[in-house]
Design a protein. Structure first.
Length: 407
């Protein structure tokens, strides 16, 4: 058992990264509008995430390099390399900066549900205190610059988040047979297609692929550790999927439709189950927000370092300046309630382009014997990989079209 806990690695951090406030909100809406009918979409997204993240972790353990470093070394054409690296930096660094305010605001929403909303005024701006506090906590954890400290802090918060949403789902007393049916039988209720795509898209995210490889090489140094990396990946992603499903199940218990986020869900469940539901949901939302508020800047710093040839050392100045910049913007925008729609739209387009490109490049790299030797992809891994590549292309096209209001 001691050896098991010793070898818990970046998997929970990856789970923490994809279960942010956006995921919580989308799962809430899915549950309220469609009940258990879309649980199968989460099952599919968990399988897709496991396949891609296993490849990413294997690359990190075997090569002791991050994905962005490997891409710089393997794409020989300078023009293609510049285009790919520019797209990566745009999607991950600018994208995470755009979304960071949402991560911090989501965490703050959970705290507000419990403790209210303290504010003060500066230059006609009403400044919310909670985003500043959450940003400060994230800053301290990241600035310490010790991987074990970051890992333990996030593992604790992931466990807290998991328990909070699991208890909330149990309180609603779901029909187990209906839940299992929803998990394995694809259903397409009317007007559900965009929600289905969203549930998959919020779980299979590009920056996690980069983050996982970088963290895996930090955690494990030998090919003998590959089995630990694989177990860590599978268990963490499955746990993340279970958490998302618990949110859908909890939201399914609400009888009225005017629910837009987890805070509304807490109020919706309160008449049925008392204050317990409110407290557990608030803790879960806070944990989801603060974990994503830590992992998003961390991923951006790893990506920027790999793309630009910097040292990906947690204590290096350049590495720190990247995550400090993103964290600062997130705290600033969430505190004053500022939303830059154009920046967010740009980030969505960049991510829509990046996801299928990175999935394709990852599969290409994972088949190169000169990089991975005997650890390159098997036939089964390639079949699964290309199937998931098809899903990412579909997701990418949908994301770009939705930004331009084509669908």
């Amino acid at each position: 058992m001691k050896n098991f806990f010793k070898n818990i690695g970046p998997g929970p951090l990856v789970a923490a990264a994809f279960i942010g406030p956006g995921t919580v909100t989308l799962c809430t809406v899915a549950g309220v509008n469609f009940g258990y009918a879309l649980l199968w979409a989460m099952t599919l997204s968990v399988i897709a995430t496991i396949v891609l993240q296993e490849m990413s972790a294997r690359l990190g353990v075997i090569t002791q390099k991050g994905l962005s470093e490997t891409i710089r070394g393997e794409i020989k054409s300078p023009a293609v390399r510049i285009v790919i690296i520019t797209l990566i930096l745009s999607a991950i660094v600018i994208g995470n900066a755009a979304y960071e305010a949402g991560n911090i605001s989501g965490g703050a929403l959970g705290v507000k549900t419990l403790f209210g909303t303290p504010e003060f005024q500066i230059f006609d701006f009403n400044i919310d205190v909670w985003p500043i506090i959450i940003g400060f906590v994230a800053f301290v954890i990241l600035y310490i610059g010790n991987y074990k400290v970051i890992e333990r802090a996030l593992v604790f918060m992931v466990i807290l988040m998991s328990l909070a949403f699991l208890v909330t789902a149990i309180i609603t007393k779901p029909n187990i047979f209906d839940v299992l049916k929803g998990m394995v039988v694809p259903q397409f209720p009317e007007k559900s297609i965009l929600t289905i795509i969203g549930l998959i898209g919020t779980t299979v995210v590009p920056y996690n692929i980069f983050l996982h490889a970088s963290l895996a090489k930090t955690k494990w140094k030998s090919e003998d550790d590959l089995s630990f990396a694989r177990k860590d990946t599978v268990m963490a992603v499955v746990l993340g999927g279970v958490v998302s499903m618990c949110i859908i199940i909890s939201a399914s218990a609400v009888s009225f439709q005017d629910i837009n986020n987890a805070s509304d869900l807490a109020l919706g469940l309160q008449p049925l189950f008392g204050d317990f539901a409110k407290y557990f949901l608030a803790i879960g939302l806070f944990s989801a927000g603060i974990t994503s508020a830590i992992t998003a800047p961390l991923a951006a710093a790893y990506v920027a370092s790999g793309c630009l040839g910097w040292k990906s050392n947690l204590k290096s100045k350049r590495f720190r300046w990247v995550w400090i910049f993103i964290l600062f913007l997130g705290v600033l925008f969430s505190s004053i309630g500022f939303k830059s729609i154009e920046i967010i739209k740009f980030a969505q387009v960049a991510n829509g382009l990046l996801l299928p490109i990175i999935a394709g490049i990852l599969i290409w790299i994972m088949n190169k014997s000169n990089i991975l030797g005997k650890y390159k992809n098997s036939t089964l891994q390639n079949v699964l990989g290309y199937f998931i590549l098809g899903i990412t292309i579909f997701l990418g096209v949908k994301t770009i079209l939705s930004v331009f209001n084509v669908i």
